[in-house]
Design a protein around this ligand. Structure first.
Ligand code: CR6
Length: 716
């Protein structure tokens, strides 16, 4: 890590006195200047949205200062950098998170108050950056916050989708999908780098060329598009370290294809070239299923190629020998989505840098680590050979060559066990010949990690058993985590204040282990009382939201019972709904006098279904139909309500989690690789109703059996 030789120390050598001041009156001036010169509104007349824009720009200025310091610091130190490659990042909103990490939230709130604005109201003007589907994508976002806070020299690389995850609209109980126009009102949190661009090539042919008395391969591409960098600064908490999430957008390239302009059809030539932009236009909304679509493969290669050109350019700035590459570069593959990077590094080293194959392979095998987020073998990506051959002909050759050498080595180790050899091969010879991306990733990564302990056991004993037996040292697990900055400090400010008060320190905001200090106060009734008040405030906030969204009035005295996550059969929202129907039945059939014994309950379900996942969509309809019935039965009243919260996203989670009394994580055991929602509820003091699956198993160990109750059916 960055440790003590960190950016925190670096500021001493910086031009501290030149930095933007953050006292309320300096902030006020900056906000008003941005109203006038950035938003181009009169400083005497601007609305909440314009105030938000100006505010965001003033925060951004402060981020940029820190970002520059960070760049200078790491350029000078030249440490090994961590490159986190992910096709998905669910960042949510940036304003509150940024000012809290910068430590100037209160100063901004004061500055705004004098201008007649409320910080919270302006924060609500921001839309979510929803460049991802579910847990995997939010994990990437939490990870970036932690890497910045812990002073790592890290970069995130991904795609700047024009349209993020679809908006969910419920009509007549059914889910409808609408495009997410998140960039329509501008995005103050990104910096467009018009000069950081790289050409990315597709299609074409591979030719043999004479070279130094031998032959070498040359890829003659058939299409070229330009990748443009958009930098999103990610500030750490309590440090100046501000790292970069660099997202690529596709633009038409001006490098080749002048031919079409010379034929005289100028209008059509322009229109055709504009099609390049479709590569980064839309996020695929199906989590954990790969359909072998060309556009998806194009997205994967586009982002991998641009990122690697950028990474190699940075390495070459201060190094000339590629043998040093593994000392300066670590590439983390977030699932198999970026695993074309392996073939791409080989291609660059061999075809462009002219290293011999074995030397290049030695380097490649030292730089990649692979995180897998899947339990089911059918969740693993397979790319049809035909598709890869047409889009990336040279990469297919390279993968074949990697596979040939690897299988030859494997035969020496395991003998001619053809069943096993064919299971472990990178190339699958089925009805559709395809490339197994996970096998490619495992063969060349030096570590393969699961996302919880039980997940990694499943990997070793089932999903990747053959590989584990061959290379046990590669397999590891890193149980998922979530950042308390976002999931307590930003989303539950009252709880945050309570914790700091009772711990007597804010150090837990950087070091979550310190929360254990609250144990000493576990029996303190004053703490209990304050805790209950905090919960009440959050439930009121949630109840208002529910009424505004759905018109349903819920009682804050009822137990709020929540299940929010992507809709999936294995997550068993259906089981929850059947339980609610049963509860309704029981209440209906009960003696009137017994009803006083029922704990009133508001059941809250939220989540999106992949647009093509019919059963998941039917579960949403069922939930809304059951809600319609229960909520309109005067006989039941406040004893039971069911609310489907539409368009579940990061911001909705920030509102719902602090207001939950009970949360459900009831996946079919053995199916949830980790789960991260459970941790967010837990750190907000919520009871969990859960199966022993994924990371819940470790939560049980952490909280101790005193703090839980096992169901009778548990197999011990
Ligand atoms: N859906 C897992 O299913 C895990 C996250 C993050 C998932 C989930 O249990 O917590 O990744 N897997 O590791 C995939 O997306 C493939 C998820 O989010």
């Amino acid at each position: 890590g960055g440790g003590e030789t960190s950016v925190r120390v670096e500021r001493m050598f910086g031009l501290m006195d030149r930095f933007l001041k953050s006292d309320p009156s300096s902030l006020q001036k900056d906000i008003l200047d941005h109203v006038e010169y950035t938003v181009a509104r009169s400083r005497f007349s601007f609305d909440d949205f314009e105030a938000y824009q100006a505010l965001a720009h003033s925060v951004r200025d402060r981020l940029i200062e820190r970002w520059h310091d960070t760049q200078i610091h790491f350029k000078k130190k030249d440490p090994k950098r961590i490159y986190f490659l992910s096709l998905e990042f669910l960042m949510g909103r940036s304003l509150s998170n940024s000012v809290i990490n910068l430590g100037i939230r209160d100063q901004y709130a004061d500055a705004l108050k004098e201008l007649g604005f409320e910080f919270e109201v302006l924060a609500e003007q921001e839309g979510d950056a929803a460049l991802g589907n579910g847990g995997l994508a939010r994990l990437s976002a939490c990870q970036m916050d932690s890497l910045a806070t812990m002073d790592y020299p890290a970069w995130g690389y991904g795609l700047r989708y024009q349209y993020g995850l679809f908006r969910q609209v419920i009509l007549d109980g059914y889910q409808h999908e609408q495009p997410d126009y998140w960039l329509n009102f501008g995005n103050p949190w990104e910096i467009e780098r018009v000069h950081v661009t790289y050409p990315v090539k597709f299609y074409g042919t591979v030719e043999d060329e004479n070279f130094n008395g031998g032959k070498r391969k040359v890829w003659l591409p058939g299409e070229m598009v330009e990748a443009v960098a958009y930098d999103n600064p990610i500030p750490g908490h309590g440090t100046r370290n501000t790292i970069t999430l660099r997202l690529w957008a596709a633009k038409p390239s001006d490098q080749i294809d002048m031919e079409s302009f010379n034929t005289g059809d100028y209008i059509n030539a322009v229109v055709n070239r504009q099609r390049a932009e479709t590569i980064s236009s839309v996020l695929y909304p199906d989590d954990r299923s790969y359909q072998g679509k060309e556009l998806r493969l194009k997205q994967q290669y586009f982002f991998v190629s641009a990122s690697l050109q950028d990474i190699i350019r940075r390495f070459k700035d201060s190094h000339s020998n590629f043998d040093d590459f593994p000392e300066k570069v670590a590439l983390q593959l977030n699932d198999t989505h970026p695993s074309l990077a392996i073939a791409e590094v080989m291609r660059v080293l061999v075809d462009e840098e002219h290293l011999d194959w074995n030397r290049a392979w030695g380097i490649v095998c030292k730089i990649f680590s692979f995180t897998t987020h899947t339990v089911l073998p059918e969740g693993l990506e397979k790319v049809p050979v035909d598709l890869l051959e047409s889009l990336l002909p040279r990469h297919l050759q390279i993968i074949y060559d990697i596979n040939f050498d690897y299988i030859e080595e494997l035969k020496k180790k395991i003998g001619l066990d053809y069943d096993r050899l064919s299971r472990m091969s990178i190339v699958e010879d089925g009805a559709v010949k395809s490339i197994r991306m996970a096998n490619l990733a495992i063969v060349c990564s030096h570590t393969v990690n699961g996302v919880s302990r039980v997940h990694s056991e499943l990997l070793k004993t089932r999903v990747f058993k053959d590989f584990y037996e061959l290379w046990p040292h590669k397999f590891d697990y890193k149980t998922n985590g979530v950042t308390q900055r976002r999931w307590i400090v930003v989303s539950n400010p009252s709880l945050s204040a309570l914790i700091s008060k009772w711990l007597g320190t804010e150090a837990w905001i950087r070091d979550v282990d310190l929360l254990a200090g609250l144990q000493e106060q576990a029996a303190n009734v004053d703490l209990h009382e304050e805790w209950r008040m905090v919960r009440k405030v959050n439930k009121m906030r949630l109840a208002e939201y529910i009424e505004a969204m759905s018109g349903i009035k819920v009682s804050v005295n009822a137990m709020f019972d929540v299940q929010i996550k992507r809709i999936h059969e294995y997550k068993r929202q259906l089981l929850n709904i059947l339980g609610i129907i049963h509860r309704y039945d029981c209440i209906k059939n009960m003696e009137k006098s017994d009803r006083t014994k029922v704990v009133p309950r508001v059941c809250i379900i939220g989540g999106k279904a992949a647009p093509g996942y019919e059963i998941a969509k039917k579960i949403i309809k069922l939930c809304n139909a059951v809600a319609e019935k229960i909520n309109n039965d005067p006989d039941v009243g406040d004893l039971l309500k069911l609310v489907f919260i539409p368009d579940y996203n990061v911001s909705v989670a920030e509102l719902v989690i602090p207001g939950a009394d009970l949360s459900q994580h009831i996946s079919t055991a053995g199916h949830e690789a980790s789960g991260t929602g459970n941790m967010k509820f837990l750190m907000n003091g919520c009871l969990l109703l859960a199966t022993e699956d994924g990371s819940t198993v470790e939560i049980i160990e952490e909280i101790g059996e005193d703090n839980m109750e096992f169901e009778r059916s548990r197999l011990k």
